[in-house]
Ligand binder design. Structure first.
Ligand SMILES: *Cc1c(COP(=O)(O)O)cnc(C)c1O
Length: 217
C-alpha cells in the first residue's frame, strides 16, 4: 500500500486529541515527501545527523521531533529547528538543550522519558528522578526548554497484558505529574504495534513508523 493510503487509514482511526508523529528514520526524503504531500507535518527521527540532513532538504513548515536517545555533544546540530525532544533522561541533557536553544532563540518542548519496560536496554528515568529534575533550581532557570509531558516505551513482547500494565503505569505517572504541573499536555506512548492500546490507556501522542512507511531494513 502507498504511504498516503497508510497515513489516511491510520488517521481515520485516531481520536481528534491524538497527535501522530510519523517516524521516518532510515527512510529516504522521497518517502517523507510522499507523507508531506499527503498532509503530514510532524516527523520523528532517532538520529540527529539524519534529522539535520532531512531538515535541510525539506519544506520549512515541518515540526521535527527527536524521538531517540540523545548524545549531549550533538544537541547543537538540531537546536535551531527541533520542536520536541521526546527522550530527555538527565538534567545535564536538559541543560545542554537549553544552552543550545538559547543561542538560536528557540523554545524546545521536552518530554521526560520514564523507564516503564523491564528490559535493561531501555533508557529512561524513574518517577522519582523525573520529579527531581522538574523541581530542580537548574530547570527553573532554563528559559529555552519547557518540559511538557512524559514519554515511554513498553516492553518488546507479544503479551498485551504486560504492555497494557506498563502504559497504565505511565498514564498514572502523567496524571500525578499534572497535578503539580498543570501545563503538562503531552503523553507520548504507542508505536505501530501498540498505538491503539496506548490510546486506550490515555496516550495523546503516538510515534508510528513502519505502519506508515513499511518495514525498515
Ligand atoms: C522507531 C521508533 C518508533 C516507531 O516504531 P514503529 O514500530 O516502526 O512504529 C517509535 N518510537 C521510537 C522511540 C522509535 O525509535
Amino acid at each position: 500500500m502507498s504511504i498516503k493510503t497508510n497515513l489516511d487509514n491510520i488517521k481515520s482511526t485516531l481520536p481528534e486529541h491524538v497527535t501522530l508523529v510519523a517516524v521516518s528514520k532510515t527512510k529516504p526524503v522521497s518517502d517523507l515527501m510522499e507523507a508531506y504531500n499527503a498532509g503530514q507535518r510532524i516527523f520523528g527521527e532517532n538520529k540527529i545527523q539524519e534529522m539535520v540532513e532531512k531538515y535541510e532538504q525539506m519544506p520549512k513548515d515541518i515540526q521535527w521531533h527527536m524521538i531517540g536517545h540523545v548524545q549531549r555533544n550533538k544537541v547543537k546540530y538540531m537546536a535551531k529547528f527541533v520542536s520536541f525532544v521526546h527522550a530527555v533522561d538527565s538534567l545535564k541533557l536538559l541543560e545542554e538543550i537549553n544552552k543550545q536553544a538559547m543561542k538560536h532563540n528557540n523554545l524546545i518542548h521536552c518530554l521526560l522519558q520514564l523507564k516503564i519496560a523491564k528490559e535493561d536496554s531501555k533508557f529512561g528515568l524513574s518517577k522519582e528522578e523525573a520529579k527531581k529534575i522538574l523541581a530542580s533550581k537548574s530547570y527553573a532557570e532554563c528559559g529555552n526548554v519547557s518540559i511538557v509531558g512524559l514519554m515511554g516505551m513498553a516492553t518488546f513482547t507479544e503479551d498485551q497484558s504486560i504492555i497494557k500494565s506498563e502504559f497504565q503505569y505511565l498514564k498514572s505517572c502523567y496524571d500525578e505529574f499534572k497535578l503539580d504541573h498543570p501545563y503538562f499536555h503531552t503523553l507520548s506512548m504507542g508505536m505501530s504495534g501498540d498505538y491503539q492500546l496506548a490510546i486506550d490507556c490515555g496516550s495523546n501522542m503516538i510515534r508510528v513508523g513502519s505502519s506508515i512507511f513499511g518495514v525498515r531494513k
